[in-house]
Ligand binder design. Structure first.
Ligand code: ZN
Length: 285
């Protein structure tokens, strides 16, 4: 890369860290604990976006507003050693993890796709996907308030990228990806609704659509790529499940969202070598 390209990349990383910081706000504020489970048995609900973005960040323990100088992504957490400046209570560790994870996932995607239109769909997916995964881990809910807006943005972004690349066939790959990821989960949910939440099916719609963009417009290749993403998600899900059952007993709830997100992300970033093994190519690589 040229020096100018490095400066641009560094600026993009700073932006990704700021977006990661906002992702923390969403993870922190959107879920709220219900007094009793709702009709789906969920103990957590999701606040509206208006409630999420309104007002300043406050300490969970002492309610002191977070100073703007203590709101710098990654650095503030390290300087404060993960504790509130006012009361010394622990700031949840996911703040540091998410503020690092969003730029890291962006950098890996950039390493594969560079400054191309093909970078856009995955770059847009990363922050909401991280938010959904961490919220699912903490609360076992997968808020539709994040999924559907992100899905409609992804439709627009994939359409814009396909148009700018002059490759409308890429959108057919998206449709195949959506069906390949979401249909098996829908069938499992339909047969055994207690085994998996419908939120996981919605999440599969979002990530399947986006993942399908990366198979270079080949419909069989989209199916293969997304089936591999789903397979990886299922394997991860089993591992997480065994861990959760081991740690919390037979009745433990098992979050599937993080596995779905990670499976899809890995398939997108590794689309070129995966599809190369099948004699197919990845979009923009
Ligand atoms: Zn405090």
């Amino acid at each position: 890369m040229s020096p100018a390209a490095w400066v641009l990349f560094a600026a993009a990383l700073v932006l990704a860290a700021l977006v990661g910081s906002f992702t923390c706000v969403v993870i922190d504020r959107m879920p709220y604990q219900r007094d009793e489970p709702d009709e789906y048995g969920d103990l957590w609900g999701a606040r509206t976006w208006r409630e999420v973005v309104g007002g300043r960040s406050r300490c969970d323990a002492c309610d002191a507003p977070v100073r703007s100088t203590d709101n710098v992504p990654v650095l503030s957490y390290l300087v404060l050693r993960g504790r509130c400046r006012d009361c010394g209570d622990r700031i949840p560790a996911f703040h540091l993890l998410v503020e690092l994870l969003v730029p890291l996932l962006f950098a890996l995607a950039f390493w594969r796709y560079g400054w191309s239109w093909a970078l856009l769909p995955v770059a847009v997916l990363i922050p909401p996907a991280v938010a959904l995964a961490v919220i699912d881990l903490r609360t076992f809910i997968v808020p539709t308030r994040i999924i559907w807006p992100t899905f409609f943005v992804e439709i627009a972004v994939c359409a814009a990228a396909a148009g700018l690349l002059g490759r409308w066939d890429l959108l057919l790959g998206c449709v195949v990806g959506l069906v390949t990821f979401a249909l098996p989960l829908f069938v499992i949910w339909f047969i055994h609704p207690r085994g998996m939440g419908f939120g996981d099916v919605r999440l599969a719609v979002l990530v399947g659509w986006t993942c399908g963009f990366y198979a270079d417009g080949s419909l069989p290749a989209s199916g293969i790529l997304v089936a591999i993403a789903l397979f990886v998600a299922a394997v991860l899900g089993v591992v997480v499940g065994i861990g959760a059952l081991g740690a919390r007993g037979r009745k433990a709830q098992v979050p599937f969202g993080p596995s779905i997100v990670l499976g899809a992300y890995l398939a997108i970033v590794l689309a070129a070598p995966i599809l190369g093994a099948f004699g197919a190519s990845a979009t923009g690589a």
